[in-house]
Design a protein around this ligand. Structure first.
Ligand code: ADP
Ligand code: ZN
Ligand code: ZN
Length: 748
C-alpha cells in the first residue's frame, strides 16, 4: 500500500501517515505540498517520504491525501533535509518548521482545489500575481532585412539588457508594443507572461559599480573563500574585520564567484530596513539576479521571489533571518553579516538562530559559510579555537588614511552636566559637539532608551507609574503626552497628580532619546537635530532618516541601537555613547559581551571618511572590562578575558543551555506547571545535565501573563536531547504556554 509521511502544521511533534490514492501516486513525492484531513479540519502539509509499506494502523483508519497543491514539489530536497535537521536540533514540531519555509499558495492552485470542492474547512490563503508581458530575443535569430526606427532601438536594448517588460520599454519608446510585435513577426523576439515584480528595492535603477582593487588582507580572504567554493567539501569561515575594513567587498566577491559559476548564495543581514545601502551595493555589483526578502514585502511579492529563486532564475537571496529558508538552487554559499547580532535569533514560535543554522545548512549542502563581524560572538570565536572554522582577518580599514577613531571615556561620577541640566550631556561632550558643528561635520549620539523620561515618580510618596500587565515602569513620551509600556505598548495619559497621595510633585526621571533631542535643540538652535528610534522610524521610515543623514541634512543624529548598525556615513566624525552602563545592568550572562559589541559597533560609525573620528563614552563604571577593551579597540583582548570568565562560570560556549519557559494568566498555574515539568526533566536527565530552577523570570509579568522558567545545562549538547524530548512530550495544561528555547539568547 502506498503511504506518505506528511508534516502538518500542528503544534504536535509527530509526523502523520496518509494513504496515497492511485490517481495521485505519480505526483505525491518528497517535498510536495498536499491537502489532508486533520481532525475536523483540512490542512496543508509537506510530504517527507512516500513508500510501499504495510500500514501500522488498521487500513480503514488511514486517511487518504485529498489533493496535491501546486504542480511540482515545493520544497527542494536540500532544503527539506535541512529543515528536518533543524526541527531535530530545536526539538521543534516538524510541521511548524516546514511552515517557516513554505511560500503562500498560488491563486491558480487554490482555484483548482475550489473546483474540486476541497476548500471547505480550510484556512488556506492564496496569493496571485498580476501578469506582465516580457519581451526577449530569440537566441541566434538574425534579421533578414535591416531593422528601422523603434524596432531597431528596442532590439538593441533587448540584446544589451536582456528580457524587459513591455511596460518598461514603453517608458522610453511610445510604440514599444508595436515595435515588439514587428520583432516577433520577424522571428527575432518572443513575449513571455511573467508575474510582475513590484518591490521597492528594485524601483531605483542602480548604476553598476566598478569593483575596487582589493587590499592585501581582503585578497587573502577572498582567495581562501573562493578556494573553498571551488572544492567540493565546502568550509566555514569567521571573517573578523574591523569596522569599515571592507567585509562587504569580500562577500560581494564570494557571491559573484558563485553566480558566475551558475551557483546560488544566501546573504543574511540583521535588519534589512536599516541596511538599504548594503542591498544597493549588491545590486550595483550583481545586477538584478538577487532577490531581496524583507518584512515589507507583500505576500505576493514574497511568493514571486520564492518562485524565481526556486526556478533558478534568481541566484542570490539577501534578507533578514528568514532568508535562511530561501529555496536557492545549487546553494554554494551562505554569508551572515554582523553574525554577533541578536536579531538572528527568532524569539517566538520555532526559536531558531539563523547564524547557527546557516552553518548547519552549509555543512549539509557542502556549501561555504562565511560569518562576518567586527565583534565576533564568543560562540563563533570558540569554533575557531576548536579548529571547526577558519578565521580570516581584516585588521585595518579599507580606505587608506582612515584610522580607527580615538576613544575617550567620561566618568559621569566626577564630571557634571554641561550648559544644560541634562546629566547625560556632559561638558566635554557638549564641547565636542560644538567643535563638530563648527567644522561642518556630523555627530551620532547613542542612547539605549526611547521616549522622554524612563520613569515617572511621585516625589512625596515614591509611587512609580508602572504597567498594569507587565512588571516594568512606564516611559513618558512627551510628543504624545502619554505614558507607554515598552513591552506591551499599553499607554495611558500622562498624570498631573499622584494617584496614591494626590500630590502634584511628579518627577520625570532619567532621559530618553526624545528628551536629549529636545535639550540639544535648545543648546544648538542653529543645528539640525534628527532622531532615529522606533517611535519616529517605524518600518521603512528609518531609511528616509538615514538618507537625510547621508545628504548632510542632519547635523546631530540621536538614536537607539538603530544608529549602531553598519551605516557607512563618511561625514560622521563624532560618536557619543550617552550611557554605557544601561546595557551592563541587564540580568544576563551576556550583558558584558553585548555592551562591548554595542560600544565597538557604534564607535565604528566615526571617522569612516577623510576626517579622523572621535568617540566619547560616558559611564559610571569606567573600569569595567567591556568599556576599557572597547576604548582600546581591543577585540581579541576582550574575547580572551570574557572566555576565561565564561569557562569559570560554566556558561556558553563552554556549556549548552536550554531554557524552558512557562507563562499563564494565573501565577500559580504557571508556577505549578514549571515545577511539574522540571520534575519530568530531572527524571529523564542523565548525569552531566544540570537543572537550574524553576524560578520566576526576571521580567515576571509580561502582557498580563506570569512567567516562570527553568534551565538545562550540559557540557555535552547530546545529553540535553533526552530531557528535552521528555519535556516536549509532557501533557500540556491548556492554560499554560510552554516554550523550549534551545541555545537561548534573551534571558529575560
Ligand atoms: P565593512 O563591511 O567592513 O564595515 P565596508 O565594506 O562598508 O566595510 O567598506 C567600508 C568602505 O571602504 C566602503 O565605503 C567601501 O566602498 C570601501 N572599500 C572597501 N574595500 C575597498 C578597497 N579594496 N579599496 C577601496 N575602498 C574600499
Ligand atoms: Zn504620591
Ligand atoms: Zn506592559
Amino acid at each position: 500500500m502506498l503511504l506518505a509521511r506528511v508534516a502538518v502544521p500542528v503544534p504536535l511533534g509527530q509526523v502523520f501517515t496518509y494513504s496515497v490514492p492511485p490517481e495521485l501516486a505519480r505526483d505525491v513525492t518528497r517535498g510536495a505540498r498536499v491537502l489532508c484531513d486533520f481532525g475536523r479540519r483540512r490542512v496543508l502539509g509537506v510530504v517527507l517520504d512516500v513508500g510501499d509499506r504495510e500500514p501500522e494502523v488498521a487500513v480503514e483508519k488511514l486517511k487518504p491525501i485529498r489533493a496535491l497543491v501546486g504542480d511540482e514539489p515545493v520544497i527542494p530536497d536540500e532544503l527539506l533535509s535541512f529543515l528536518l535537521e533543524l526541527a531535530r536540533y530545536y526539538v521543534a514540531p516538524v510541521g511548524e518548521v516546514m511552515r517557516l519555509a513554505l511560500p503562500a499558495v498560488e491563486r491558480s492552485a487554490l482555484k483548482a482545489l475550489d473546483a474540486q470542492g476541497l476548500l471547505e474547512k480550510t484556512k488556506v490563503r492564496g496569493v496571485g500575481g498580476r501578469l506582465v508581458q516580457v519581451a526577449k530575443l530569440v537566441d541566434g535569430a538574425v534579421a533578414e532585412k535591416p531593422l528601422r526606427g523603434q524596432a531597431k532601438e528596442v532590439h538593441a536594448h533587448l540584446s544589451e539588457r536582456g528580457p524587459t517588460p513591455i511596460g518598461d520599454l514603453e517608458k522610453t519608446w511610445g510604440n514599444a508594443r508595436a515595435a515588439v510585435k514587428r520583432l516577433v513577426d520577424a522571428g527575432l523576439a518572443a513575449v513571455d507572461q511573467k508575474e510582475s515584480v513590484s518591490d521597492r528595492f528594485f524601483e531605483l535603477e542602480v548604476e553598476r559599480d566598478a569593483p575596487p582593487e582589493l587590499t592585501a588582507s581582503q585578497a587573502t580572504a577572498v582567495e581562501r573563500i573562493q578556494h573553498a567554493l571551488d572544492s567540493d567539501a565546502g568550509g566555514a569561515f569567521l571573517l573578523h574585520g574591523v569596522t569599515a575594513s571592507g567585509k562587504t567587498e569580500v562577500y560581494l566577491r564570494a557571491v559573484e564567484h558563485c553566480v558566475v559559476g551558475g551557483r546560488g548564495a544566501v546573504v543574511l543581514v540583521p535588519e534589512i530596513a536599516l541596511t538599504p545601502q548594503l542591498v544597493q551595493r549588491f545590486r550595483a555589483r550583481l545586477g538584478d539576479s538577487i532577490a531581496v526578502l524583507h518584512s515589507g514585502l507583500t505576500d505576493r511579492d514574497r511568493h514571486r521571489m520564492w518562485k524565481r529563486l526556486r526556478s533558478g532564475e534568481l541566484h542570490v537571496a539577501v534578507g533578514a533571518r528568514s532568508a535562511l529558508f530561501a529555496p536557492v538552487k545549487n546553494l554554494a554559499l551562505l554569508c551572515v553579516d554582523e553574525e554577533h547580532d541578536h536579531s538572528f535569533k527568532q524569539e517566538e514560535g520555532v526559536r531558531y538562530n539563523a547564524r547557527d543554522m546557516a552553518l548547519l545548512r552549509a555543512h549539509r549542502a557542502k556549501a561555504v559559510c562565511v560569518l562576518g563581524s567586527a565583534t565576533p560572538s564568543l560562540e563563533s570565536e570558540a569554533l575557531v579555537r576548536r579548529g571547526r572554522i577558519e578565521k580570516l582577518e581584516l585588521p585595518v580599514r579599507a580606505r587608506r588614511a582612515t584610522a580607527l577613531p580615538t576613544v575617550e571615556t567620561i566618568d559621569l561620577r566626577r564630571i557634571g552636566p554641561g550648559p544644560t541640566t541634562e546629566r547625560l550631556l556632559s561638558l566635554p561632550l557638549c564641547r565636542a559637539l560644538e567643535q563638530t558643528l563648527g567644522a561642518k561635520e556630523q555627530a551620532i549620539l547613542f542612547l539605549n532608551r526611547r521616549g522622554f523620561a524612563p520613569s515617572i515618580v511621585c516625589e512625596d510618596c515614591g509611587e512609580v507609574q508602572s504597567c498594569d500587565s507587565c512588571s516594568v515602569a512606564l516611559t513618558y513620551h512627551r510628543a504624545r503626552e502619554r505614558l507607554v509600556c515598552h513591552y506591551c505598548d499599553f499607554s495611558a495619559p500622562m498624570i498631573r497628580v499622584c494617584g496614591e497621595c494626590k500630590s502634584d510633585a511628579i518627577s520625570q526621571e532619567g532621559a530618553g532619546t526624545e528628551r536629549i533631542e529636545t535639550a540639544l535643540a535648545e543648546l544648538f538652535p542653529e543645528a539640525r537635530i534628527g532622531r532615529l528610534d522606533r517611535d519616529v522610524a517605524a518600518g521603512m521610515k528609518s531609511e528616509k532618516i538615514l538618507d537625510k543623514m547621508r545628504r548632510h541634512e542632519i547635523d546631530i543624529l540621536v538614536g537607539t541601537q538603530m544608529v549602531t548598525k553598519g551605516h557607512d556615513l563618511p561625514q560622521v566624525t563624532l560618536v557619543g555613547v550617552l550611557n554605557a552602563d544601561a546595557a551592563l545592568s541587564m540580568p544576563d550572562f551576556r550583558a558584558s559581551e553585548r555592551t562591548f559589541h554595542l560600544l565597538v559597533q557604534v564607535a565604528g560609525r566615526a571617522g569612516r571618511g577623510d576626517s579622523p573620528g572621535k568617540v566619547l563614552i560616558q559611564t559610571r563604571t569606567p573600569e569595567h572590562a567591556a568599556i576599557t577593551f572597547a576604548s582600546r579597540h581591543d577585540v581579541s583582548g576582550f574575547i580572551d578575558r570574557e572566555l576565561d570568565d565564561r569557562r569559570e562560570l560554566g556558561y556558553p560556549p563552554f556549556s549548552h543551555l536550554a531554557l524552558i519557559r512557562f507563562d499563564s494568566m494565573d501565577e500559580s498555574t504557571a508556577r505549578i506547571a514549571a515545577e511539574k515539568v522540571s520534575r519530568v526533566a530531572r527524571k529523564a536527565a542523565d548525569r552531566g545535565v544540570e537543572i537550574l530552577g524553576p524560578a520566576a523570570a526576571p521580567l515576571t509579568r509580561l502582557r498580563g501573563r506570569w512567567r516562570f522558567r527553568f534551565m538545562l545545562r550540559a557540557r555535552d549538547r547530546r545529553l540535553l536531547r533526552k530531557p528535552l524530548l521528555a519535556i516536549a512530550r509532557c501533557e500540556a495544561d491548556r492554560r499554560v504556554r510552554v516554550a523550549l528555547d534551545v541555545d537561548p539568547v534573551s534571558m529575560l
